[in-house]
Write a protein that binds this ligand. Structure first.
Ligand SMILES: [Zn+2]
Length: 108
C-alpha cells in the first residue's frame, strides 16, 4: 500500500458492507470478523479543526488537529501539518505509524 498520501488502507466488512477504521478487529456495525482491506483515496474533507496552544508536555505547540471525512463517510482524527484549514477544505491524509497526518492539498 502506498504511503505517499494517495491511498489509505481502510477495512471493508464482507458481511454488511461497512467501511471503517481501524484495519483490524471486528466490524463496528455488525461485529463480523470477515474483514478485508479496502484502498481509499486519501483526500478528505475537513469537518472541524482546532489548534491546541498548551498541549501536554512533550508535544509541540501549537498542536493542530482535524476531524476529516474520507470517501465512504469514514471519519478520522488527523494531526495537521501546516496552517489550520477552513472547514470544508480538502486535505491529503497519510498514515504515520499509529496516527494519521493531514496537510492542505493545493487546488487542482
Ligand atoms: Zn459489518
Amino acid at each position: 500500500m502506498s504511503d505517499d498520501g494517495e491511498v489509505l488502507e481502510l477495512s471493508h466488512c464482507e458481511e454488511c458492507g461497512a467501511r471503517f477504521l481501524p484495519t483490524d478487529g471486528a466490524c463496528p456495525r455488525c461485529g463480523s470478523t470477515r474483514i478485508q482491506p479496502y484502498p481509499s483515496p486519501a483526500l478528505g474533507t475537513v469537518l472541524a479543526a482546532t489548534e491546541i496552544t498548551s498541549p501536554p508536555e512533550g508535544w509541540h505547540a501549537p498542536h493542530r488537529l482535524a476531524l476529516v471525512e474520507l470517501p465512504e463517510a469514514v471519519r478520522l482524527i488527523a494531526i495537521l501539518d501546516g496552517a489550520l484549514p477552513a472547514r470544508g477544505s480538502i486535505v491529503a491524509v497519510r498514515r504515520d505509524g499509529a496516527v494519521f497526518r493531514a496537510r492542505s492539498e493545493p487546488a487542482r
